[in-house]
Design a protein around this ligand. Sequence first.
Ligand code: HEM
Length: 464
Amino acid sequence: MAVFLVVLGLIFVLCFCSALLRWNEVRYRKKGLPPGTMGWPVFGETTEFLKQGPNFMKNQRARYGSVFKSHILGCPTIVSMDPELNRYILMNEAKGLVPGYPQSMLDILGKCNIAAVHGSTHKYMRGALLALISPAMIREQLLPKIDEFMRTHLTDWNNKVINIQEKTKEMALLSSLKQIAGIESGSMSQEFKPEFFKLVLGTLSLPIDLPGTNYRRGFQARKNIVSMLRQLIEERRASQEAHPDMLASLMRSEENRYKLTDEEIIDQIITILYSGYETVSTTSMMAVKYLHDHPKVLHELRKEHLAIRERKKAEDPIGLNDLKSMWFTRAVIFETSRLATIVNGVLRKTTKDMELNGFVVPKGWKIYIYTREVNYDPFLYPDPLTFNPWRWLQDKRLESQNYFFIFGGGTRQCPGKELGIAEISTFLHYFVTRYRWEEVGGDKLMKFPRVEAPNGLHIRVSSY
Ligand code: HEM
């Protein structure tokens, strides 16, 4: 009898689940939508997406083609793996294809954050940012600071076991703080660091405003960061002292084409810190990983950097010309970003019903421009799973081809590309000319949804 009841219960649960799935599919069966499945009500296919990652995407593409519908991360979403369509979407923000980042991210990064603004406000904020990180600014102000920072950051690693993930994360944040406001690795940065880490976690959480949630902590961290930055701005105004940094340029609104309010200045600083943080740190960590695993590449890279050192005295900093001569380093950075796929894709949302590739996309739906697959396209990158930086030197057009999405594309293409490359290159310069290293072993690396080493990536370092 008991067995019979259990079997009956199971049959009931199965019928109920399949009816629920069916109901959810029917709900989204609108004319003109691309094919695909929507999963469970509310949760959609988020669990499958996060668990199976790239395989989920591959399987759905095999079943439905390179444009399909799904329901992930709380929203009905169109996933596009079609390179042509992706380019079109990135180039046509003005037609109603605006950034579609999660609400938690927008709330915590601020309403003047670049991802939260569109149209002429976006143009203005982007212009103000580009003026801060122009090639002239990199040459005169930023590179000297980056160089000084990396020299100190990479001191005393000899004979130590280093968690390179932690060190590169610290590096990305502290190097930016130095460029932004000349903040040295001292008391203010120590106060800033835990708040910033909470802010980052908050942007990736569900927007549930309850005590103890990452969202609430991230929002509180934003408030603390805003108050630290506001105090800094007030101190600068009171002292009238000249500072050669980004904050000073942002505050010099009289002679600046872009006049920003204090609120905009603060959100612009948070944008710079946030956008360059995970991208620069993870690319640096993965470059260390790939160099460790590919001694021939490390040899070539070291040759490039030792040649630069030979031309200089020990105390001479890296200059723009040195940076320009780092051909192989640039190739290592691109190859690392491609193979590790540091950025899986970018998010957009529709502001009205629109037609894309013959399908109708309803207003308010997200579009996940999934660029990961392009990185492993054997026609663009022969033998795509091999770490081969030479491919970028053999075919110089790779960097400018239409499907190079490592730094995004269109009107929101990464404005920090050259700054990020300068930071990673300078880090690699001091790392490979000062040290050799081996992995301690046993650390796990996750590639999806973000590239990270859940328990750190530990290396044993000795002097070179
Ligand atoms: C290896 C390093 C980097 C990678 C791989 C990278 C990648 C990207 C990508 C893929 C986008 C496009 C996002 C979208 O279309 O929605 C983007 C945008 C952006 N990046 Fe970077 N980035 C890097 C470094 C930096 C740095 C150092 C900064 C600091 C200034 C920065 C600032 C930005 C900003 C502000 C945007 C938004 C631009 C806009 O909306 O107009 N990035 N980045």
